[in-house]
Design a protein around this ligand. Structure first.
Ligand SMILES: NC(=O)c1ccc[n+]([C@@H]2O[C@H](COP(=O)([O-])OP(=O)(O)OC[C@H]3O[C@@H](n4cnc5c(N)ncnc54)[C@H](OP(=O)(O)O)[C@@H]3O)[C@@H](O)[C@H]2O)c1
Length: 327
């Protein structure tokens, strides 16, 4: 087996998010972890923040970005329940933009035999985030109406598919006609181009003035504030992220007037606080994929060596669905 590998390295934090492709020793499996050969790595919005020191988690320098991988086990730790040759997808703290990475046991899942690896890498983050946001946090019920912002993005596209499967009426928003068309293609009942149409008025019109029961918001800022105005009586706003760059000061009077709730969801921390929900959730997601009910939207595939371009495209809103790197 090789001793050295390629890995992207962030050696210092800069506003531009400098990183370089370097030769590094291949990790060695320890404890209940195992080392996989990375066959696909997911690129996430938070990678663009982490490499600039703007994410809440700040790994010690130097570090390799990348929190989502799929690949084949090449070495298993002494306490690992996995074997060499198993195919795994995993959520990591960082380290995925490399040829090999050590994956922990909590947050890594065996990929069913007939499941393509490039789709499996779309499972560790966007689907669990959407699942937890809609089910565990908002308690979405059949027949409710849900508004999903940035519906053509990673989390948004996953949320559209899951909300439709659970019997909700889905209104999506996205920037531009191509992205709104994609939202409808993925199952949204209506899609609003929020670069051209006012969100609040359009949602009111679509819902006959009632508003929506649930909002899934990965964008933040002004969109979060407007989302409160879109809520129906008893509505729930789930705060997923701040892709727009700003954290909103939410007017709490709107929560009171609508008997509403605003809540956050933080998937990564479920590994620490609620590891029990993870295996059944992944089992359900794999089964939904097997039945063709969910289908990861993968259009943007970059070679590992082009990780910088992938991150720029993501930050510049030029990607849709799940962006992946392949060796
Ligand atoms: N809470 C959690 O556990 C959790 C888990 C995963 C992700 N997240 C967060 O959720 C957010 C979305 O993640 P994602 O993976 O779905 O990202 P993504 O695929 O890049 O989607 C984000 C979308 O946000 C929209 N957007 C609006 N304003 C933007 C701006 N100024 N810059 C860039 N994009 C902007 C863009 O869609 P339009 O062009 O259509 O507006 C973009 O496609 C991120 O903030 C991420 O950190 C949170």
């Amino acid at each position: 087996m090789v001793d050295m590998m390629r890995a992207w390295l962030v050696e210092r934090i800069t506003e531009d998010g400098e990183m370089a492709l370097a030769e590094r020793p291949r990790p060695v499996a320890a404890g209940d972890g195992c080392v996989i050969r990375v066959e696909a790595a997911g690129v996430n919005f938070l990678d663009t923040l982490m490499i600039r020191g703007r994410y809440q988690v700040k790994p010690p320098l130097p570090f390799t970005p990348g929190i989502e991988v799929a690949g084949t086990v090449v070495e298993a730790g002494p306490q690992s329940s996995n074997r060499v040759g198993d195919r795994l997808c995993a959520l990591l703290d960082h380290g995925g933009f490399a040829d090999y990475v050590q994956v922990p046991s909590v947050g890594s899942e065996r990929i069913p035999a007939d499941f393509p690896i490039r789709e499996a890498v779309a499972l560790p983050i966007i689907y669990p985030t959407a699942h937890l946001a809609l089910r565990h946090r908002a308690n979405l019920r059949t027949g409710e109406t849900v508004l999903i912002h940035a519906g053509a993005g990673g989390v948004g596209s996953a949320a559209i598919q899951l909300a439709k499967h659970w019997g909700a009426r889905v209104i999506a928003t996205a920037g531009g006609p191509e992205k709104t068309a994609l939202c409808v293609e993925m199952g949204a009942d209506q899609a609003i181009d929020y670069s051209a149409q006012p969100i609040v008025e359009t949602v009111r019109e679509i819902t006959g003035g009632t508003g929506v029961d649930v909002v899934v918001d990965p964008v933040g800022g002004k969109i979060a504030t407007e989302s409160l105005r879109c809520l129906a009586w008893g509505g729930r706003l789930v705060i997923v992220g701040f892709a727009g760059g700003a954290i909103a000061d939410l007017p709490s009077n709107r929560l009171l007037l609508k008997n509403a709730a605003a809540m956050g969801v933080f998937w990564g921390e479920y590994r620490r606080h609620h590891p029990d929900v993870i295996p059944p959730m992944f089992a359900e997601l794999f089964e939904l994929r097997r039945q063709g009910i969910i289908k990861p939207l993968i259009r943007d595939i970059f070679p590992l060596a082009d990780a910088r371009q992938a991150l720029h495209a993501l930050a510049g809103r030029r990607t849709v669905g799940k962006v992946i790197l392949v060796p």
